[in-house]
Design a protein around this ligand. Structure first.
Ligand code: RFL
Ligand code: PHB
Length: 402
């Protein structure tokens, strides 16, 4: 069988936020790469995931020439609202952080913008590949083999492989088990998320701690809203199933958890719904030989802190700087410190996401004492400038060079 062979500097597995941002960052420095993904372009561009961009992520999109639609269609938020014991408390990030905001612009729109720009610049992206395998990652010339959608066997020889293939991709597994230290926490609840055809019910995101469980009011556009309620985790013995949630039950829960004495959610047609599990996960190391992990391939955060996509972009910004230093001057210093420095920043986002998750959810495994502590924590954040500033600083995003 003939194998189609090709040589590039960097082989990137995964066309999610990590892989696509990396390809664009590397192109800017004249470093060539190829991006592979097992999914078709249409599926990548339609999967509903994250919603919130930290300010520096939005700035990076502008710098890379892909911020035009985000600036037109994204929603700029100067803060968030925390709701507990029936009251709403606004946290003003602009005031608390010296002018920083977040932007609600969905992940799949970011991906559409990145893919369009990369293809316009002539980037090689191969969608719908099968059986990607990583070889010789400890050698000078690692390889990626895969099967193209037309059935042709292909091999990419490269200097470096970027493992950007998400939590379930093969890259992390390519690092020998004895060299990986993995930290994990699985939460005993999940999120049921819906997309609703309705105008916004509020001018900013509302994170609600309610006795029936957590709820989040987010947005997508002037006509589409995103809402989540805490439910039982999927794929467990007592796992929740979307079939248990007819639309009326979802609205009952949303109203119970998000309405206040003087405001009620605007209902509309629910046109998409699904349940996700919640986990925190970190893999140390993020590098083995000439394989570098980035994004969800190396770490997962529960979505309560809105950090996952931004963390993936932070990793690849760091990686692109390290690769640039290597190709411009032959100095491998930043490549050598990539894992330690990336992991240090990752743990801060893990801490924040865990903090937001534990503070805002009702955990059936916790005692009443712990539930009261979470309410005290919320009360503290709502009324202390110091506590609010710490939350704000993390939510808008810590510096990449931290
Ligand atoms: P991705 O997006 O999972 O992309 C990985 C890509 O790799 C491909 N792949 C493979 N390709 C080839 N061969 C294989 N064997 C492969 N296996 C997988 C996949 O097809 C895919 O295209 O990882 P990446 O790039 O690291 O990006 C991570 C983010 O997608 C993720 O962290 C965020 O979506 C998390 N997240 C949020 N992040 C935020 O920053 N702000 C938010 O508001 C936010 N909200 C969320 C979220 C995630 C959610 N879900 C569904 C988990 C809300 C939700 C509900
Ligand atoms: C979303 O809009 O999907 C979203 C917003 C904030 C989060 C998580 C998800 O913390």
């Amino acid at each position: 069988m003939t194998v189609l062979q090709k040589r590039v500097q960097v082989g990137i597995n995964g066309a999610g936020p990590a892989g696509l941002f990396l390809a664009l960052l590397l192109r800017r420095e004249g470093i060539e790469s190829i991006v592979l993904d097992s999914r078709e372009r249409g599926a990548i561009e339609e999967t509903i995931r994250a919603g919130v961009l930290e300010q520096w992520t939005a700035d990076l999109m502008r710098e890379l020439g892909v911020g035009g639609r985000m600036d037109k269609e994204g929603h700029f938020h100067r803060g968030i609202t925390l709701q507990f014991l029936g009251e709403r408390h606004h946290l003003d990030f602009v005031d608390l952080t010296g002018g920083k905001q977040v932007i609600v612009y969905p992940q799949h729109e970011v991906l559409k913008d990145l893919i369009a720009e990369l293809l316009a610049q002539g980037q090689d992206i191969v969608f719908g590949v099968k059986d990607v395998q990583l070889h010789d990652i400890e050698a000078k010339q690692p390889r990626l083999t895969y099967t193209r959608p037309d059935g042709k066997a292909c091999e990419i020889q490269c200097d470096f492989i970027a493992g950007c293939d998400g939590f379930h991709g093969p890259s992390r597994q390519a690092i020998p088990k004895e060299l990986r230290r993995e930290y994990q926490k699985v939460y005993p609840f999940g999120w049921l998320g819906v997309l609703v055809e309705a105008p916004p019910s509020y001018h900013e995101l509302i994170y609600s701690n309610h006795e029936r469980g957590f709820a989040l009011l987010s947005t997508r556009s002037d006509t589409v809203q995103r809402m989540y309620i805490q439910c039982d985790p999927p794929h467990t013995s007592k796992g929740d199933d979307i079939a248990n949630y007819p639309d009326e039950r979802i609205w009952d829960e949303l109203h119970a958890r998000l309405d206040t004495a003087d405001s009620t959610l605007t209902e509309g047609k629910i046109f998409q719904k699904g349940i996700i599990g919640m986990r925190s996960f970190v893999c140390e190391t993020m590098r083995h030989g000439n394989l570098f992990l980035a994004g969800d391939a190396a770490h997962i955060v529960p979505p309560t802190g809105a950090k996952g996509l931004n963390l993936a972009v932070g990793d690849v910004l760091r990686l692109s700087r390290a690769l640039t230093q290597f190709y411009k001057s032959g100095d491998a210093g930043k490549l050598d410190s990539y894992s330690a420095e990336a992991v240090r920043r990752v743990w801060k986002a893990e801490r924040f996401s865990w903090y937001m998750t534990t503070m805002l959810h009702r955990n059936p495994e916790e005692s009443d004492f712990e539930q009261r502590i979470h309410l005290a924590d919320l009360d503290y954040v709502a009324h202390s400038q110091a506590a609010a500033t710490a939350l704000a600083e993390n939510y808008v995003g810590l510096a990449v060079d931290l």
